[in-house]
Design a protein around this ligand. Structure first.
Ligand code: DGJ
Length: 367
């Protein structure tokens, strides 16, 4: 009996550890513990590899009702091997309740991503920001910087994106119609472009987002825009803290969220989801020769049971494994809106073949 109890305890311990001594493996959907034995709290996250360590930044969720609101801030963990995670604390803290700051406690701060700027030697964090008590109507992007990778990050500003700028691929018809309307004349804007035109003056909406730094050092902000109907891909300034005004629209009217990007052998690959709130749906994928497009859709990259639900997850980041050419890890979230802190991480190896990529479910796997 004693032996049976010991065996049960060992099995439970193995199930909740991301890695156990000598047997390091990924266990998608299980509870992943940090160096203190506490469940990792970094949802909708992204990764930065810097000076030999991976830094995982994500939303710090809290228990119970309201757990999806930003009550604490952006949590950071670090690891040398992607299995053992050290708690580095809160990289960007929300501002105190009642402070009136755009990142006041109780706002919605989602999908933080951090990139390193070699010119300024600063770490730059961007995130999707919704103002406190305003639901998802603000659709803003926030930016924060730090001299240290783990923070503290200083909040710079937040707002809509590229106000008064047309995307590079706007149609002449839409531009002329918008100009006619602005001049007080009657004109019809194509249905799929109405939110682009509506938000031209005040800036484009930006919700689910990621960042991408290309080999030439140029950085891009990729986000669900136009009431989540169309993705936009916008170039950042040389210091990565603002937009240059150069941007494109992609997948017009296709309603995609959760963009996650990687580059392999000169091609750019995107993974995205449909728009069903916290509930999982079938993922999408696309390929391009240039990050600003043209993008070609490739369909659902998931294969097998539950492929139509992305294995009960939603993409957040595509992680290139350092020193392993072509080894990309899909990082997804299995959301738990009823108790957000208990959301789980679904990491799976990405298989790249014949100009596309696929994902299959693995209950456990190793690099
Ligand atoms: C899906 C998004 O991907 C999440 O980041 C979050 O914004 C939820 N929608 C909110 O419903």
């Amino acid at each position: 009996m004693k032996k049976l109890i010991t065996l049960c305890l060992m099995t439970t311990a193995a199930a909740v550890c991301l890695s156990c001594a000598g047997n390091k493996e990924f266990l998608p959907g299980e509870v992943w513990l940090d160096n203190n034995g506490v469940a990792i709290n970094a949802h909708g996250g992204g990764m930065l590899y810097h000076d030999g360590r991976y830094y995982w930044f994500g939303e710090h969720k809290t228990e119970g009702e309201g757990g999806n609101r930003a009550n604490v801030g952006v949590h950071c963990y670090s690891s040398k091997n992607l299995y053992d995670w050290r708690d580095e604390g809160i990289a960007l803290a929300v501002a105190p309740d009642g402070s009136g700051s755009p990142i006041e406690k109780g706002c919605i701060l989602e999908r933080p991503k951090v990139i390193y700027n070699a010119q300024t030697d600063k770490f730059v964090m961007w995130f999707h920001l919704e103002l406190k008590d305003k639901g998802y109507s603000a659709a803003m992007s926030g930016v924060a910087v730090s001299d240290n990778v783990t923070g503290p990050y200083e909040f710079l500003n937040a707002g809509r994106v590229n106000a008064g700028k047309w995307p590079l691929n706007v149609s002449a018809e839409t531009r002329q119609a918008a100009e006619a309307i602005a001049a007080g004349n009657a004109a019809t804007v194509p249905d799929n472009d109405r939110f682009l035109v509506r938000d031209f003056g005040g800036g484009q909406m930006a919700r689910d987002m990621t960042l991408f730094v290309d080999d030439d050092g140029k950085a891009y902000h990729i986000y669900a825009s136009e009431e989540n109907q169309t993705l936009q891909i916008a170039e950042l300034t040389d210091d990565y803290t603002a937009h240059t005004g150069r941007y494109v629209r992609a997948f017009v009217g296709r309603s995609m969220e959760a963009p996650a990007i990687f580059k392999h052998e000169s091609k750019y690959y995107l993974m995205m989801s449909g728009c069903t709130g916290w509930a999982p749906n079938a993922a999408r994928s696309a390929v391009a020769d240039d990050v600003m497009g043209e993008w070609t859709e490739l369909g659902n990259p998931c294969i097998g049971d539950d492929a139509d639900k992305t294995f009960h997850s939603q993409s957040t980041y595509m992680l290139p494994v350092e020193g392993r050419d072509g080894m990309i890890i899909y990082m997804g979230d299995r959301w738990k809106p009823e108790n957000a802190i208990d959301g789980r991480y679904i990491w799976l190896p990405v298989n790249i073949e014949d100009g596309r990529f696929t994902l299959t479910w693995q209950p456990s796997w190793k690099l």
